[in-house]
Design a protein around this ligand. Structure first.
Ligand SMILES: Cc1cc2nc3c(=O)[nH]c(=O)nc-3n(C[C@H](O)[C@H](O)[C@H](O)COP(=O)(O)O)c2cc1C
Length: 173
């Protein structure tokens, strides 16, 4: 069945486009720069106060975001390729860094993210990787998808000889 929420039209970032956002500790957006407003198609008012999943594309496996939250909530930086959905249903691929912000005591107070244009060979490769993980997730009931997708991601990394996601992602930067 076609997914009417997506157009299939890809917006390709320009080399100088830098999309920035910040969230609270739950992932609720509290800052979006002008480039994020322009490319996402949402107004600043629509973005501020919305969960960051407002941009989640249905082709992105849930297990990948689980991996992201594991990394950032442990205090580390996440690097990855993400396919986002704009308000119109167009999609745009980004290379993303999401990092925790900490107070003097080392407590996480917020998260910030920066996204730039990814290499096209990275988009081709990560589209395939995510499609395989998504197929694993979609064969299961909703409450089993995240764990199964995360395990599928770990199996993929192991098969390729990587000890962690960041090392694998950095091959495509
Ligand atoms: C700073 C920050 C930036 C994020 N950026 C994105 C993003 O660009 N696209 C996206 O789909 N999810 C992003 N997320 C992850 C979302 O919070 C969410 O986990 C994800 O969209 C999956 O949605 P779900 O948890 O409802 O399944 C970001 C999270 C944080 C903390």
């Amino acid at each position: 069945m076609p997914d009417r929420s997506i157009t299939g039209n890809e917006i390709i970032l320009e080399p100088h486009d830098t999309i920035q956002s910040r969230t609270d500790t739950r992932g609720v957006i509290n800052f979006a720069n002008a480039t994020m407003v322009r490319i996402s198609g949402y107004s600043r008012e629509e973005l501020i106060g919305a969960p960051h999943s407002i941009l989640r594309h249905p082709h992105m496996p849930r297990g990948v975001f689980y991996a992201m939250w594991q990394i950032i909530s442990a205090g580390d930086e996440f690097f990855g390729f993400v396919n986002n959905r704009s308000k119109s249903g167009d999609n745009y691929w980004v290379f993303t860094r999401v990092a925790p912000r900490m107070d003097a005591a080392g407590e996480i107070t917020a998260y910030s993210s920066v996204r730039v244009r990814p290499r096209r060979d990275a988009v081709a490769e990560w589209s395939r990787i995510y499609a395989d993980i998504l197929a694993v997730e979609q064969a299961l009931p909703r409450d089993e998808q995240v764990a199964a997708g995360y395990q599928a991601l770990l199996r993929f990394l192991k098969k390729r000889g990587f000890g962690n996601l960041t090392d694998c992602v950095m091959k495509y930067v």
